[in-house]
Ligand binder design. Sequence first.
Ligand code: C2E
Ligand code: MG
Ligand code: MG
Ligand code: MG
Length: 281
Amino acid sequence: AAKAGGRRTRRLFEPAMDAALQGRRALERDLREAIAAEALEVHYQPLVATGSLAVTGCEALLRWRHPERGFVSPATFIPVAEETGLIAAVGEWVLARACREAAGWPGGVRVAVNLSPAQFRTPDLVGTVARALAESGLHPARLELEITEQVMLEETTANLAVLHQLRALGVRIAIDDFGTGYASLSYLRVFPFDKIKIDRSFTAALGREATAVAIVQAVIGLGASLGMTTVAEGVETEAQLAALRRSGCGEVQGFLFSRPVPATELRRLLGEAAAPWTAAA
Ligand code: C2E
Ligand code: MG
Ligand code: MG
Ligand code: MG
């Protein structure tokens, strides 16, 4: 009976799996073409100080404008880039691009770049980062690298060594999407991050669940006692901002202040934001 069931299951799901696989192959082929045709862009989203609302940094977020599919989300194509090894080239390009762009921003403004776990499997991530800094002239303290828990889960010893070497370059290291992993707390014991980015699912729950406030406050307190800055992602409402202010969160990032915008638009925003940022209505 198990065998028959298995056969039936396979027959039912094979067409769907084929379609999914073909979809991924098409995506992979298109992504290769996009890299060659330079159809990828980096957009930037400001991070602002919770008190003054001054811009402290901007996160570089990859964008792909596809001729037929339109805007393709990084949530869709980053996994494909990781599986196919394309992430090495894409990641190197984003780093170089973001550092060059940030070198032209006002002095105090940092740039945050996301690193994928697959980039930690490339032979010379530290060299790649060092080159991006040297070629752009960006001061290392103005580069922040965001990593996710996946990096801490995989090849822990090797990845930890790379994190320490990156830190030795003078760059800052942030842990992204904090609180969504299986063992988020344990990573704080293993590596002294400069910054904790509280996942936007917690921010979204702030007005709705009393427990979310308690968790966010605990993370902020933890960060403070470990000497780490805390950032809340995905801030969309004044009420969320107020709750984060009360909780002592250091920085905030979200649509309330700005969506990720193209480099030219960001430059204009930074020019205007010499005076403290005013939250969008
Ligand atoms: P992430 O690093 O956690 O980036 C934050 C995501 O939240 C971005 O999505 C941003 O547009 C979105 N976001 C910001 N503020 C708000 C808000 O107020 N509300 C809501 N609903 N969303 C907000 P995006 O740009 O689609 O990127 C998704 C993920 O793709 C990123 O999550 C990151 O993990 C990955 N990614 C993006 N660019 C790169 C890259 O250059 N390299 C790598 N390795 N990963 C990247
Ligand atoms: Mg990020
Ligand atoms: Mg994040
Ligand atoms: Mg996220």
